[in-house]
Write a protein that binds this ligand. Structure first.
Ligand code: NAD
Length: 302
């Protein structure tokens, strides 16, 4: 195994710090008579989604939020789901609405996302929030949780001034790749978005001072792709067979070959305990931000 030279970015500890800041801001809001309310809607019974939704609800409740989980069968009609979203849009006790993806095939996910009031869109996927982020109007946007959390990890490693650094984002999804690229651009990085059609991905990644891997391919990024001293943010969460743990067992790995990359990088996030814990923490932060804005109260920054 290669020797680790990179410093590890401890997502669990950094996320705990954010969660404590959210707890403080929740206390301030409650003292002003506002209890942040988060509604998480789960359609169907996908086991991974069930775990995510349960964890989100548990964290929200532990922070003293008004936390609601709404389960609907996979057979729910689109109109019925849209009506539920509308009800939550109008519910004054709810400041954040999250409809867990993926939705069943017969439901148009874009339609559901667009039905959420942008001010309550704590996932930051509504076109209004996407547009505000793209136009640099962050003051009134809600920013997607995983990208926002990834940027906090970058700042933890490199400090607030990353202007002029070359950043390569691998992956162009609406959930991670595109918004994280927008955030890096806003910080004045020189940003390249690589994807499945990129030619000579290794050469592109070798240029990067900051690499964000959001692909969903176990250990795609090899150690010899990483520029010495680079900061590597591994968003990937891939389950691979782990026969060493016993028959049928699996383990979680990222999109980066961690041991190899850690021998070259300056900073690196592990998987698990890197980006993963940041996502829930930022969802809580977004809910408090949404509650503050809706109530016309000052916003905390996270
Ligand atoms: P996605 O499938 O929507 O997008 C993957 C992107 O990777 C696509 O844009 C595609 O062009 C690109 N890609 C695919 N194969 C490639 C290749 N061989 N070379 C270069 N690019 C390639 O996935 P997503 O929703 O953006 O998620 C990406 C990964 O991040 C997944 O592993 C997912 O589980 C993980 N994820 C983690 C969190 C978290 O909280 N840590 C949150 C969201 C997603």
């Amino acid at each position: 195994m290669a020797e680790t030279t990179a410093r590890i970015i401890d997502g669990t500890a950094i996320a705990a710090g954010i969660t404590e800041a959210v707890r403080g801001a929740t206390g301030t809001l409650k003292a002003a008579g506002v209890t942040p309310g988060l509604a998480v809607v789960l359609v169907g019974a996908d086991p991974a989604s069930e775990v995510y939704v349960r964890n989100k609800g548990k964290t929200a409740a532990s922070l003293g939020f008004h936390s609601v989980q709404i389960n609907r069968p996979a057979t729910i009609g689109e109109a019925e789901l849209l009506a539920l979203v509308d009800e939550l849009n109008r519910d004054p006790a709810i400041h954040g609405i999250l409809v867990q993806m993926p939705l069943p095939q017969h439901i148009d996910a874009a339609k559901v996302i667009e039905a959420i009031r942008p001010e309550k869109d704590v996932d930051g996927f509504h076109p209004i929030n996407v547009g505000r982020l793209a136009t640099g109007s962050r003051g009134n946007a809600l920013v997607p949780c995983t990208p926002a959390g990834s940027m906090i990890l970058v700042r933890h490693a490199l400090g607030p001034d990353i202007a002029g650094l070359r950043a390569v984002v691998i992956g162009r999804s609406n959930i991670v790749g595109k918004p994280v690229a927008q955030l890096l651009l806003q910080e004045n990085c020189t940003v390249t978005i690589a994807h499945s059609r990129t030619r000579d991905l290794a050469a592109v990644v070798r240029e990067a001072d900051i690499v964000v891997a959001a692909v969903g391919r176990p250990r795609l990024v090899r150690g010899d792709w990483v520029k010495p001293g680079a900061t590597v943010i591994d968003v990937g969460m891939n389950r691979i067979p782990a026969p060493e743990k016993g028959e049928g067992q699996t383990r979680l790995v990222g999109d980066v070959a961690f041991d190899e990359a850690a021998a070259v990088a300056g900073w690196i996030t592990p998987v698990p305990k890197g980006v993963g814990p940041m996502t829930i923490a930022m969802l809580m932060a977004n809910t408090v931000t949404a509650a503050s804005r809706i109530a016309g109260l000052p916003e905390a920054s996270f």
